[in-house]
Ligand binder design. Structure first.
Ligand SMILES: [Cu+2]
Length: 118
């Protein structure tokens, strides 16, 4: 797990997105089923796809990451973690903890740094 970051949120936007790398060592896959953070009321797993020429986000229940691989969540499409109802806007150089909930595995806590997407 690593490289967790979230672009700064404008004060008018009550939600944010977190991107990170999910690395799965060993020989069993990992299934991410949710996440939580003190920075927002709730966190959803979202998948962003082109649908008839329009980018749409939909909620998914889980992300399965095969054993021995790293899944990179990045801006611009695919999976991300959506923080809903931010407790407060956050700015560049802030950071906050985020707990990843995995099925049949220990939770993992990461520190999310607030930074613009490269
Ligand atoms: Cu989203």
């Amino acid at each position: 797990m690593g490289n967790a970051f979230s672009p700064p949120s404008p004060p008018s936007v009550p939600h944010g997105a977190v991107y990170l790398d999910i690395s799965v060592e060993g020989d069993t896959p990992a299934v991410l089923v949710g996440a939580s953070t003190p920075a927002s009321e709730s966190v959803e797993i979202h998948d962003m796809r082109m649908d008839d020429g329009i980018m749409t986000m939909r909620r998914v229940e889980r992300i399965e990451v095969p054993a021995g691989t790293t899944l990179s969540l990045r801006p611009g499409g695919g999976y991300h973690l959506m923080l809903l109802q931010l407790v407060a806007p956050y700015n560049e150089s802030d950071s906050f903890p985020l707990t990843l909930d995995f099925a049949e595995r220990a939770d993992v806590q990461v520190e999310v740094s607030v930074q613009r997407a490269e």
